[in-house]
Design a protein around this ligand. Structure first.
Ligand SMILES: [Zn+2]
Length: 195
């Protein structure tokens, strides 16, 4: 006899969260479920995004691939209630940082993200607005680091940067030298400067 349940066990759905970028053709409307912004430098090489390992040994840096900072937040889509990961770049990070400073959290922040040019890599415009949390039951925040590590096929969160402490006014886009793992910075830094 089957055991009927209304949904899969919570753990089963864990790897199903999609990474969503701002679409070109229509606005993305969602509510952020993550309290804190987080992100890391990434490379786009061989058709996929992978995290930059700098200041540790990074093959993509050595091969001369450029790198960009990407932020990641759990979001719940308004249209389908899908719980996904929103990927964004540095300009959007500044808007979100402003909201974060005002409210002390991003959870419950409604976002409308769109590309006015309607081109896939066009500039993103994002608007933020607090959402009435009496009206929405937000799911628990996603473990973004864990999910990304799984998607990227890396063992742990070691290569991801710790949360940026925006409330204390740190840089919005973390510098690679702020990576949590210890390493004498001298030698590695010299190598990256020659790139
Ligand atoms: Zn790299």
């Amino acid at each position: 006899m089957p055991i009927w349940t209304p949904s899969p066990d919570p753990g089963d759905a864990e790897h199903a969260h999609r990474i969503l970028r701002t679409p070109a053709d229509k606005p993305l409307k969602a509510i952020i479920t993550s309290p804190d912004p987080t992100g890391t430098y990434t490379h786009y090489a061989a058709g996929r995004t992978t995290p930059c390992e700098s200041p540790n040994h990074c093959e993509n840096c050595e091969e001369g691939h450029g790198r960009r900072w990407h932020g990641y937040l759990g979001i719940m889509l308004i249209s389908t209630l899908e719980h996904a990961i929103f990927e964004y770049t540095a300009p959007t990070a500044e808007v979100l940082a402003g909201y974060y400073r005002q409210h002390g959290t991003l959870r419950g922040c409604g976002i409308t993200a769109q590309r006015p040019s309607r081109k896939p890599n066009g500039r993103v415009h994002i608007a933020t607005q607090p959402v009435d949390l009496q009206k929405w039951l937000l799911p628990d925040p996603l473990d973004v680091h864990k999910l990304l590590s799984h998607i990227w096929g890396i063992p742990t969160t070691q290569t991801l940067l710790k949360r940026t402490n925006l409330l204390k006014g740190d840089a919005i886009v973390p510098k690679p030298n702020g990576a949590p793992k210890t390493k004498p910075p001298g030698r590695d830094r010299k190598r990256t400067q020659t790139n």
